[in-house]
Ligand binder design. Structure first.
Ligand code: PAF
Length: 281
């Protein structure tokens, strides 16, 4: 596996692959890789001739009081796992390489509407940071295909919308959330949980399951929301949001919607956990 922080090396390698007529998949990450990321790399290998993975803790998507400094950096272990999973190029740029003029002078990409609510409401500027770095990585790597986890459901929709709005010739694939045996969605931020909180954290998925069952049974949305919030608070979470939305637009669910997504964000100790569940009715 080639590991490089250099844009010229990255571009030369991808150009050589494309010149041969080969396809290239990109898996963008912020590192501290878990089984969810590795599943993306394995699927990328099945779908493309070559797999590029990026590891970049993107300062532009963190708010002022968020965990940019504390975000776990585990390059040696990540690199080993990626090699075993069959990635061929690991791109590890520094903030100076990605944002040489600094964040204040950086041109950005903003996807209106869908970026403003849920996580966008709680984390102003977050999706601008995500859309900008993903667009920039797409321009640097020029992949045929890019893969993302569905755990970050709103992020996936923001990226799909950006790709469509800017006519980027890249296929976006969202892969199912990978979970611990307890149901807890895998996340780099699970490392912030104590052993005790990790047990409690399983309640988040249980709450989503409860809501999905109640929705399918036709219970009123307001009643489901109240009960679900009570479950989370009872377990020790501080809920940020708990919403039932249209799975395609993220607009608040209405009676005629058949494809819904239940989205949750909640604080547990030092961690802000997010999860979601798709429901058809
Ligand atoms: O999901 C993530 O890890 C990040 O938001 C991404 C897509 C790599 C952009 O920094």
């Amino acid at each position: 596996m080639i590991t490089t922080a250099r844009i010229d090396e990255l571009r030369a390698q991808v150009k050589a692959w494309h010149r041969q007529g080969d396809t290239v998949a990109l898996v963008p990450t912020m590192g501290n890789l878990h089984r969810g990321h590795i599943t993306l790399v394995e699927e990328a290998r099945r779908r493309a001739d070559h797999v590029v993975v990026s590891i970049f803790v993107n300062p532009m998507q963190f708010g002022q009081n968020e965990d940019l400094a504390a975000y776990p950096r585990t390059l040696a272990a990540d690199s080993q796992a990626l090699m075993e999973a069959g990635a061929e190029l690991l791109f590890t740029p520094t903030p100076e390489i990605i944002y040489p003029k600094g964040l204040a002078q950086q041109t950005y990409v903003e996807v209106p509407g869908i970026s403003d609510e849920l996580c966008g409401h709680s984390r102003p500027g977050h999706f601008r940071g995500v859309a900008t770095i993903v667009c920039k990585l797409f321009n640097l790597v020029q992949p045929d295909l890019a893969l993302f986890g569905q755990k970050d459901y709103q992020q996936l929709l923001v990226i799909k919308t950006m790709v469509e709005d800017l006519s980027l010739p890249i296929e976006i694939l969202g892969m199912e959330t990978i979970r611990e045996a307890s149901g807890l969605a895998m996340s780099s931020r699970n490392g912030y949980l104590t052993a005790e909180e990790r047990v409690t954290a399983a309640t988040l998925k249980q709450t989503l399951d409860f809501m999905a069952d109640a929705l399918v049974q036709g219970q009123p949305l307001s009643q489901i929301g109240t009960q679900a919030e009570r479950m989370l608070i009872g377990a020790g979470f501080k809920p940020d949001y708990l919403e039932v939305r249209n799975a395609h637009t993220l607009a608040p669910a209405v009676a005629t919607d058949s494809e819904l997504v239940i989205l949750a964000a909640a604080y547990l100790g030092k961690a802000r956990l997010i999860d979601n569940l798709l429901v058809k009715r």
